[in-house]
Write a protein that binds this ligand. Structure first.
Ligand SMILES: O=P(O)(O)O[C@@H]1[C@@H](O)[C@H](OP(=O)(O)O)[C@@H](OP(=O)(O)O)[C@@H](O)[C@H]1OP(=O)(O)O
Ligand SMILES: Nc1ncnc2c1ncn2[C@@H]1O[C@H](COP(=O)(O)OP(=O)(O)O)[C@@H](O)[C@H]1O
Ligand SMILES: [Mg+2]
Ligand SMILES: [Mg+2]
Length: 308
């Protein structure tokens, strides 16, 4: 289907080389240009106001020079939508403020695992959490280290961890994590392979801590645990929709995904464990049309992009 209106929309993007490689792929560029959307690379080291013209800015960069460049552009172009405002993105760069947004929603049968923030790894004797735990860097800033998680089986496992971190109770969830991708009006829930359950019997023989990272991406490479993965039911669509709408409003974001697990002890209950700004949409089928439609809606102002 070609775009009927004459003038294509100019979307400027500022991404890391790795993100550009995985997201600005030929299939997206060709689908977008056939549907009146042209994606143009921004040079983040040069003033945005001297580049373009743009109908919308799409970015996933965090450095202060870029934030200032964006700010200068926004103050001179208040009507040009920016995906997304650094203020909204920053909420997701801290694993405590990230999940506080979920607790504020007060949606039935949803919540977050019990967790505490650790600023120094001494004096952890009277923890009010039940082992096993997951230790996650407090900063979810996209760095390699931000995905370096540890399973903690006992008090000894708390030694030689690097603060600041979040200690979260490990919740058995049947080895499947649900990832809900959101792009404006569109959302889609997919299944991914997750960490296996840790039974009481297993826990007795597990000592100390075990490092791991980006488990959920393994399944993007294909396959979970055989029939158990296939048989695992999706969460109720109504519950997913409530979380999507609530998080969009609370975060003032339209381009994010969140990881949800089913509570093994209470199958009606769903826990949000992670929320990511601008994740890997290219792993999602039909992402080209989803992203193109989203960008058109943003330029049409059918979607409010936070501040502007
Ligand atoms: O944190 P997760 O659940 O692994 O999701 C990642 C995450 O969003 C990651 O971004 P960052 O947190 O490293 O900044 C994404 O990397 P890219 O931005 O390079 O794509 C991954 O794509 C996400 O994985 P997924 O799309 O499976 O949620
Ligand atoms: N509280 C938890 N209980 C059980 N499994 C968890 C918990 N937190 C994370 N996990 C598992 O670890 C994976 C990575 O954790 P996550 O918080 O999503 O970090 P990241 O931002 O690196 O994806 C999740 O996809 C899930 O498989
Ligand atoms: Mg995750
Ligand atoms: Mg994450």
């Amino acid at each position: 289907m070609s775009n009927l209106s004459s003038k294509p929309y100019q979307i400027g993007y500022a991404l890391t080389p790795k993100k550009e490689q995985t997201f600005i792929v030929p299939s997206l560029l060709s689908y977008a240009s056939q549907n009146g959307v042209v994606l143009t690379k921004i040079d983040p080291t040069k003033p945005l106001i001297q580049q373009g013209p743009f109908d919308c800015i799409l970015h996933k960069l965090y450095d202060s020079d870029w934030k200032q460049n964006l700010q200068d552009f926004a103050s001179r172009n208040p009507n040009i939508p920016i995906i997304a405002s650094p203020e909204s993105i920053d909420i997701l760069r801290n694993r405590i403020s990230m999940l506080e947004t979920v607790s504020k929603l007060k949606i039935n049968n949803t919540g977050v695992p019990k967790q505490i923030t650790i600023t120094e790894v001494t004096g952890l004797e009277n923890l009010k959490l039940n082992f096993p735990l997951i230790a996650k860097p407090l900063d979810a800033d996209g760095s390699e280290t931000s995905h370096k998680l540890h399973l903690i089986f006992d008090k000894d496992g708390l030694n030689n961890l690097t603060a600041p971190l979040v200690l979260q109770e490990f919740v058995n969830h049947g080895g499947v994590v649900f990832k809900v991708y959101v792009a404006g009006k569109y959302f889609r829930c997919v299944k991914r392979k997750s960490l296996p359950d840790i039974s009481e019997e297993k826990l007795v023989n597990l000592k100390g801590s075990l490092p791991f990272s980006q488990v959920s991406n393994l399944a993007a490479a294909g396959g979970g645990e055989g029939c158990k993965f296939e048989k695992t039911e999706m969460p109720p669509e109504s519950l997913v929709k409530e979380l999507v709408e609530g998080l969009k409003e609370e975060l003032r974001l339209n381009l994010f995904n969140f990881d949800v697990i089913r509570d093994g002890k209470n199958k009606e209950n769903y826990l949000v464990i992670d929320i990511n700004y601008f994740p890997g949409y290219a792993k999602m089928p039909d992402f080209e049309s989803v992203i193109t439609d989203f960008l058109r809606d943003v330029v049409h102002k059918d979607i409010n992009c936070g501040d502007n």
